[in-house]
Design a protein around this ligand. Structure first.
Ligand code: ADP
Ligand code: MG
Length: 237
């Protein structure tokens, strides 16, 4: 399966390849003599069409897990496969290409290039995946309530607008896998409902996959499945 292919790989038994798989992920941080085991052997599988919530208290490892799943951080042990292709421990250029093609990532901050407008950031994300789709761009600006702010620069956005713009960017290339770190933390209830409906619809309608770290009960209630993390390990939700 070439990384620039658009179809979804199918295994010889006719079953869709999992969109994302993690095998025994470990991640350690060191500060002086202190060691933090942020991930301690996490395995998971995200399948086509699933909208999955990732729950866990602050410091439990949610952001570290999402960064490893997106290939933004390398796990110290274990590996990640996206669309059946190995992502971990590959050259940065290949990781970036796989990420651009298949993964949309919304981090808690730092999602926007400061020198580009909201629309410019979205266009860049599209072009990384070799796409150009004006209708899609307009639709996403509508869903995220940013139609009037498309020409604004990140420094001109409120916290909530920046979070919504980050989500619009993450969805620009129509990724098979969306990884989002608390996407509705800074939005009002009405916008959260709109965004949630869009995220659930693209999973169920297009058989896309989303893993969303959240503290939102509204979001968890819409999930097909919940994963709970505590001290770097998955526990029963
Ligand atoms: P969550 O997103 O659930 O709040 P994180 O993944 O941010 O959790 O953090 C998990 C653990 O790893 C915490 O103990 C945190 O302090 C630690 N940690 C995260 N990033 C770093 C880093 N860059 N350097 C050192 N420790 C880190
Ligand atoms: Mg976090």
């Amino acid at each position: 399966m070439p990384i620039n292919g658009t179809s979804c790989p199918i295994r010889s038994n006719g079953v869709d390849v999992p969109r994302l798989e993690a095998f025994e992920l470990y991640r350690f941080y060191h500060r002086g003599d202190d060691e933090t085991a942020a991930l301690r052997g996490i395995s998971l599988q995200l399948n086509a069409g699933e909208f999955v919530a990732l729950l866990g208290p602050s410091g439990s490892g949610k952001s570290t897990l999402l960064a490893c799943l997106a290939g933004l951080e390398e796990p110290d042990g274990g590996h990640v496969d996206v669309m059946g292709q190995r992502l971990s421990r590959r050259p940065e250029a290949l990781r970036a290409a796989l990420r651009g093609q298949h993964i949309g990532m919304l981090m808690q901050s730092g999602n926007l290039f400061e020198h580009l407008t909201v629309e410019g950031n979205m266009r860049l994300q599209m072009s990384l995946a070799g796409k150009k789709d004006r209708k899609k761009l307009d639709a996403l600006l509508g869903v995220t309530g940013l139609a009037e702010r498309r020409r604004a620069y990140p420094s001109q956005l409120s916290g909530g607008e920046a979070a919504r713009a980050g989500l619009a960017v993450a969805l620009s290339a129509d990724p098979k896998v969306l990884l989002a770190d608390e996407p509705t933390a800074e939005v009002d209830a009405a916008t959260e409902t709109l965004i949630l409906s869009h995220l659930v619809e693209r999973c169920h309608g297009n058989r896309d996959t989303a893993l969303i770290a959240t503290h939102s009960e509204a979001l968890a209630a819409r999930a097909d499945r919940m994963l709970a993390i505590r001290d770097g390990r998955l526990v029963h939700a």
